[in-house]
Design a protein around this ligand. Structure first.
Ligand SMILES: Nc1nc2c(ncn2[C@@H]2O[C@H](COP(=O)(O)OP(=O)(O)O[C@H]3O[C@H](CO)[C@@H](O)[C@H](O)[C@@H]3O)[C@@H](O)[C@H]2O)c(=O)[nH]1
Length: 463
């Protein structure tokens, strides 16, 4: 098995060199803004090896660069609709990458992965070396790490382009989470990420904790590094009136749930929202177990807990698995007075739904321990307090216990929070109101403020 793996890796490397060599033969270099462009216009390739529509942070980088007069090529997969402001921006060109084929279940991961990487190497190199002119900067999201970091750093070196690596998390910890920490590719992925991670001219991180970690072994990054916290974009706003809430609910709730709108408006049904990419780093069993406990527990103040509608938004690989678990629990009658629905909404409707909810739930578990969930940032922007999984180092950089949310580590703890905040007692209502004020406060500091004073200044877009 090891011999096969090493042969495959060698084959990948040889092919990578051959393909790259072919494209790199006649490579032009960045030598300043093209003739005819406004004086000093900054050009940036913003690159994510994922769906552009579901890459909010890279979308916000692109919008910020464009807002300050820079020209952006936003490169990634086109699977869902990108943010409307991206589509309408005169300064942003969406440059789609072809989506790689999905792995048929009959082909083992270890055989399929190198082929997928080769496919990505070919298309990425062709795009960055041939189709697009050289840019002043490449801003690349990490992860996905393979092959983006290698290709982006090679292109930057050959085209006189400066490389910014935006660290959202670590690729190798995500791989360890899905394949197991002892999978042979995990050690290789870690080595690769540490080596190529050092080639950025500037590094952005989503937390201070991550920046501290990247400065230390095994990463040992020495270049300038800025922690740029995710902040809500302007599309996320708290509700302004009950009539707006009613009108939004009628528009965004999945059809079978609209009969609950009158009771949600009265507060006799509570609305819980969770948002996800349905990936293995979020264990939705925690929420399902907590909902079963909530639905079947009576307290001293209530004989039956307040009915609950839970809406889970998002797209991703584990959705079908959890849908069947939800159906099973419902069929078995273990969720009395609780309804669970899933949906994927246009971005503006997703933002509006968050503003209508009573409580947001976040199950992000952080494979690295030092990233943060973007969905909680969205929720605070919409003035929505959260109950969030708290078992990782950087949690306190976003959620403040008792101020804007509550942390939990087990289904029992989450059930307790749901029972207290949503279950019906007056004390819980008061606590939820206080958390809501804290969420609104937390959401006041916006992306533009964070970005302009840090990235905008370094890129020379903001003085
Ligand atoms: N349009 C739309 N988007 C949705 C919907 N539901 C969820 N999303 C998008 O999906 C995101 C949540 O996806 P996750 O993959 O669960 O992200 P995360 O854990 O909250 O945070 C990610 O980004 C951080 C950096 O910005 C990373 O640090 C973190 O590791 C992770 O990759 C939301 O923020 C939102 O942009 C929907 O119905 N419609």
């Amino acid at each position: 098995m090891i011999t096969l793996l090493i042969s495959l890796i060698l084959l990948c490397l040889c092919s990578l060199i051959a393909v790259s060599g072919y494209f790199l033969l006649s490579l032009s270099k960045y030598g300043g803004p093209p003739a005819g462009s406004p004086d000093g216009a900054v050009s940036v390739h913003v690159l994510v090896l994922g769906d552009i529509g579901r890459s909010p942070r890279m979308t916000y980088h692109a919008l910020s660069i464009a807002k300050h007069g820079g020209n952006v090529n936003l490169i990634g997969y086109l699977e869902t609709s990108p943010h409307p402001d991206v589509v309408n921006s005169a300064n942003i060109t969406i440059t789609p990458l072809p989506t790689p084929p999905r792995r048929p279940p009959s082909i083992p991961f270890i055989l399929f992965a190198p082929c997928k990487v080769l496919y990505q190497v070919y298309h990425l190199t062709r795009l960055l070396a041939r189709t697009l002119p050289p840019a002043q900067w490449i801003l690349v999201q990490n992860p996905p790490t393979i092959p983006t970091l290698a290709i982006a750093s090679l292109i930057c070196c050959l085209r006189n382009t400066r490389l910014i690596i935006d660290w959202h998390n670590y690729g190798w910890t995500i791989l360890a989470g899905t394949r197991g920490p002892n999978h042979p590719l995990v050690a290789l992925a870690k080595l690769y990420e540490c080596r190529f991670g050092r080639l950025g001219d500037l590094h952005l991180t989503v937390t201070h904790a991550m920046a501290r970690q990247l400065r230390s072994p095994p990463y040992s990054i020495t270049q300038p590094m800025l922690a740029v916290h995710d902040r809500p974009a302007s599309i996320f706003q708290p509700l302004t009136s009950p009539s707006t809430r009613k009108e939004i609910l009628a528009r965004v709730l999945p059809a079978p749930e609209t009969d609950l709108i009158p009771s949600i408006m009265e507060g006799t049904t509570r609305l819980l929202v969770s948002s996800t990419s349905w990936t293995p780093d979020e264990d939705f069993s925690l929420l399902l177990d907590a909902l079963v406990e909530y639905a079947t527990t009576t307290t001293t103040t209530t004989s039956t807990p307040t009915p609950l509608l839970a809406i889970i938004t998002g797209k991703g690989p584990q959705k079908a698995l959890y849908l069947s678990k939800i159906n099973q629990l419902t069929k078995e009658g273990r969720l009395p007075n609780v309804r669970i629905a899933t949906t994927f909404l246009p971005f503006a409707d997703y933002a509006a739904l968050l503003a209508c909810a009573d409580l947001g739930v976040c199950l992000h578990m952080s494979s690295s321990g030092v990233d943060l969930p973007m969905k909680v940032v969205d929720m605070f922007g919409a003035g929505l307090p959260v109950a969030a999984y708290a078992g990782y180092e950087s949690f306190g950089e976003l959620v403040r216990e008792g101020e804007n949310g509550r942390g939990f580590e087990t289904a029992g703890e989450l059930a307790g929070i749901l029972g207290r905040l949503l279950g019906g007692g007056d004390a819980g209502r008061g606590e939820l109101e206080r958390l809501r004020r804290g969420a609104v406060e937390e959401g006041r500091r916006r992306w533009d403020e964070e970005w302009d004073g840090k990235v905008g200044m370094v890129m020379g877009l903001v003085s």
